[in-house]
Design a protein around this ligand. Structure first.
Ligand code: ZN
Ligand code: FE
Ligand code: FE
Ligand code: ZN
Length: 267
């Protein structure tokens, strides 16, 4: 089992040291972990209302620290990833920035629509004022455009728009089919992100139907706990692995220097 979505205290809303995350991974018997802390939004000239990423001057230190851990760990393999916000209009700038660093993989995530940090609990009341059909359609357009940039290996918590339990009435199947098609056509890997279980919505990302549609389309999958504390490493992974197997998946995607390969889906 691999956990490719771990944070560090640099993002200001996580705690613990990378060594403690690694120790937890060893305890849980994971074969591989990857840190994917929040890429500095300052480098994309964006200043959110709440500080949710590391600062530009912390990026080098982050990479060095995880590199050190990678070299000192003899059991669990350690990868250096990054979770980057997809902000339309920043594609060229981001492409140039990503070239400067040798990440093992890049997770693309959406946390902002216009200036709204819609995954942040402090701003969740704003859902009440929204047309949910319009909101979902805007959100999934962003998801598809994120994939089409070709800048990201993995898309993070792909249906995080459901985080606080707001969903339009009626079937979402048309979103699932189009999303799976775009993932397939762009070669983007989906992440089974277990953190949604601890969010108000109480379920993993993605929705089970989207996962099934991804499998039918040959989309590769990896796993992430989105741990913001050492105790969250590998959370609900037994259940998540069962879900993946029931869906039909037999292997997980792993990355090295941005090249994808596969490992068996087992502990
Ligand atoms: Zn975070
Ligand atoms: Fe995220
Ligand atoms: Fe995250
Ligand atoms: Zn995340």
């Amino acid at each position: 089992m691999v956990d490719y979505h771990l944070h560090t205290a640099r993002c200001c809303h996580a705690e613990g040291t990378p060594e403690e995350y690694l120790a937890e991974a060893e305890t849980k018997g994971l074969r591989e972990i990857g840190f994917a802390d929040h890429f500095p939004l300052g480098l994309l000239d964006y200043t959110p209302r709440a500080q949710v990423t590391m600062t530009p001057d912390e990026l080098e230190g982050y990479i060095r620290q995880i590199e050190g851990l990678k070299n000192s760990s003899d059991g669990v393999a350690v990868k250096i990833g990054i979770e980057v916000d997809y902000l339309p209009g920043t594609e060229e700038k981001l492409a140039a920035l990503l070239k400067k660093y040798s990440f093992d993989y890049v997770i693309g995530s959406i946390h902002f629509m216009e200036d709204w940090d819609f995954t942040h609990p402090v701003y969740a009341d704003s859902y009440k004022e929204r047309d949910l059909d319009q909101l979902y359609s805007t959100y999934f357009e962003l998801v598809w455009n994120l994939c089409r940039t070709g800048l990201f290996d993995i898309i993070g918590h792909i249906d995080v728009i459901k985080k606080f339990g707001y969903r339009p009435d009626g079937s979402l199947e048309h979103y699932w089919s189009e999303t799976a098609r775009v993932l397939r056509d762009t070669g983007t890997c989906i992440e089974l992100n277990t953190s949604g279980r601890d969010a108000p919505v109480g379920e993993f990302y993605p929705h089970r139907r989207l996962l099934e549609t991804c499998f039918e389309n040959g989309v590769s999958v990896t796993m992430g706990s989105d741990a913001h504390g050492p105790g969250q490493v590998g959370r609900y992974f037994t259940e998540a692995a069962e879900l993946l197997k029931a869906t039909g998946y037999r292997e997980l995607a792993v990355f090295d220097q941005r090249f994808k390969s596969f490992v068996p889906l087992s502990w």
